[in-house]
Write a protein that binds this ligand. Structure first.
Ligand code: ATP
Ligand code: LTN
Length: 327
């Protein structure tokens, strides 16, 4: 039996190479050895201010990019969260077994809420129980994500264990799977903050659908330090980030990379990073244009996955409702 994998991305902006290296690329790599479920988590994207028509467009773009990056619909199920209403039903049930203190410890909430406690929706606070529902609904074994989501997957484990202890063994307890390289790509304009879809700043990130000239410019302008030698040193955040992108894309070892850049300067490194990034995203852009030319193809893929997933959803929800005394 293949292990079941579940993961998702919020349609909250344009997908960048951090999302790609930290998540999608690893999903594509393991397609053949897993039972795969990938989701566009549109109900997570409404936990902050948003525009409904922009959300609709972002969902379409993200589904198109999933396919263009190589998520072959013959090898995975690929769907939109709000098309399966049981995600929110299960989220409510899990909210009732999740202590407030556990949610208060979530660093992403603390970062996002900032000074806006009186204004943000409660969903931003309870959001990790919706993420737990996504994962547990499908009895998933593995959750491949970037480093920033590790804490949420660990919370999901705690919720599953607490539920199983209280109501009987209903859920598989999932594991986070974090890549060794590329799990936390930093902003090109500020290598002390994580590259993020919702960050402002023209040269913060390279989006998968960015104009290639702009992508090159962003990398050539990347903030570095005043040093000269090219070595993997986490203290030199900008340099370290460029080298990590290079390492993730070329698959070379750190020693090989250090030898390759011996005697060369930051300008050479940036040029090669830009080449590697463009070589990766150019074919994705071409496939994206082809795939999105026929919207009915994408609608068909989404509907088929929802139908494929229905039996798993019904089975889990039946067990949950019985265990909790609703049936
Ligand atoms: P937002 O800015 O809206 O919070 P985001 O760019 O942080 O978005 P998410 O939708 O939260 O992206 O994340 C999608 C996936 O990409 C997750 O698995 C997440 O861990 C991963 N990811 C996000 N940012 C990075 C990054 N900078 N480096 C590596 N992986 C990342
Ligand atoms: N919270 C995640 C997105 C997300 C997710 C999931 C990831 C929602 N549900 C289930 C993996 C599994 C984020 O913000 N990146």
């Amino acid at each position: 039996m293949k292990k079941r994998v579940f993961s998702g991305i919020q349609p909250s902006g344009h997908l960048h190479i951090g999302n790609y290296l930290g998540s999608i690329r690893n999903w594509v790599r393991d397609l053949d050895s897993r039972d795969n479920i990938f989701c566009v988590v549109d109900q997570h994207a409404i936990t902050v201010d948003y525009d409904p028509s922009e959300l609709r467009a972002n969902v379409r773009e993200l589904v198109g990019l999933y396919l263009a990056c190589g998520l072959d619909p013959d090898k995975c199920n690929l769907f939109v969260q709000s098309h399966i209403p049981e995600h929110t039903e299960l989220a409510w049930l899990l909210t009732c077994v999740t202590p407030m203190g556990w949610l208060e410890r979530m660093t992403q909430f603390k970062d996002k809420v900032g000074s806006k406690r009186e204004r943000v929706g409660t969903g931003l606070f309870t959001y990790p129980t919706l993420m737990a529902a996504d994962i547990l609904l499908y009895q998933s074994h593995e959750v491949p994500v970037g480093d920033d989501q590790k804490q949420h997957v660990e919370l999901t484990r705690d919720i599953a264990e607490r539920f199983n202890h209280k109501f009987g063994e209903v859920f598989v307890v999932p594991e986070p799977v974090i890549p060794e390289v590329g799990a936390r790509i930093m902003g090109f304009d500020d290598p002390t903050v994580k590259m993020s879809k919702s960050a402002e700043g023209q040269h913060h990130s390279v989006a998968l659908l960015d104009d290639l000239k702009k992508a090159r410019k962003t990398i050539m302008r990347a903030v570095t330090d005043s040093g000269r030698d090219i070595v993997f040193d986490p203290e030199r955040a900008g340099l370290y980030n460029l080298l990590s992108v290079y390492q993730a894309l070329t698959g070379q070892s750190r020693d090989e990379i250090a030898t390759h850049f011996e005697g060369k300067g930051y300008g050479d490194l940036k040029k090669e990073v830009a080449e590697a990034v463009i070589a990766e995203i150019e074919p994705i852009q071409a496939r994206y244009r082809e795939l999105t030319a026929d919207p009915s193809h994408i609608d068909g893929v989404l509907a088929q996955s929802v139908a494929n997933l229905r039996p798993i959803v019904d089975q889990t929800m039946d067990a949950v409702r019985r265990a909790m005394g609703h049936r």
